[in-house]
Design a binder for this molecule. Structure first.
Ligand SMILES: N[C@@H](CCC(=O)N[C@@H](CS)C(=O)NCC(=O)O)C(=O)O
Length: 215
């Protein structure tokens, strides 16, 4: 049975899950949850995702939410031999630990600030609120310093957890793309050549190109 991905096609987290389906070549059926009409807050949706957030998947009755957990599950269950490296396991404790380090870097040093920045620059206006330019400037300053640390990591190896791409790199794609669409060059500036090399590399992958606009 085809896995169902319940999500809102343009949402960051829905596309974060979708890009992993595409990387693995696992077919999915997107079931659109209309966030514009608050479908994600309706009782029928909350029965599967009690936080009222997109996405979740239904794999033949197995329901799972949190886009990064979905990515890990898909790799664990469906990756072919050439794709196993997307999620290093305890067979190689050091590789696994470096992967977990990179995955936590994405959550703690990128996602949290990009969430806040996109709220200020893009989403506030949907609630008829004004962008606070002081907050924007602060967030950009923080993100610049975080990306300076990425530059150090990426000057030592091709991807965040080593020379092989992992889920930790791919998890950056939705918000990294939004960085550019908001008009900020933090991922492409020549002052961080390794970050821009890495960003060009991961963002040009066919899997991302397929879901960049909509899951
Ligand atoms: N950590 C969750 C975040 C999910 C999330 O925040 N989704 C957003 C859309 S991108 C959402 O549903 N927001 C509505 C809300 O939080 O009420 C994941 O990665 O799946």
């Amino acid at each position: 049975m085809t896995i169902k991905l319940y999500g809102f096609p343009p949402s960051h987290a829905t596309r974060r899950a979708a890009v992993i389906f595409k990387e693995l070549g696992v077919p999915y059926e997107l079931v659109k949850v209309d966030m514009l009409t608050d479908e994600h807050k309706a009782a029928a949706y909350l029965a599967h995702q009690p936080f009222g957030q997109v996405p979740y998947i239904d794999d033949d009755g197995f329901v799972l939410f949190e886009s990064r957990a979905i990515g890990r599950y898909l790799v664990a269950k469906y990756a072919g031999p050439a794709q196993k490296g997307l999620m290093p396991t305890a067979e190689d404790p050091q590789r696994m630990a470096l992967f977990e380090q990179a995955a936590n870097v994405e959550l703690g040093n990128f996602d949290v600030y990009m969430n806040a920045l996109s709220w200020e620059v893009i989403f506030k206006r949907y609630s008829k609120l004004m962008t606070d330019e002081t907050i924007v400037a602060d967030l950009l300053k923080t993100l610049n310093s975080k990306l300076d640390a990425y530059e150090v990591l990426l000057s030592k190896h091709r991807y965040l957890a080593g020379d092989e791409i992992t889920l930790a790199d791919l998890f950056h794609l939705p918000f990294g793309n939004t960085m550019g669409s908001m008009g900020y060059d933090l991922l492409t500036t020549s002052s961080r050549p390794n970050v821009s090399r890495w960003w060009r590399d991961i963002s040009s992958r066919p899997a991302w190109q397929a879901v960049k606009e909509n899951a």
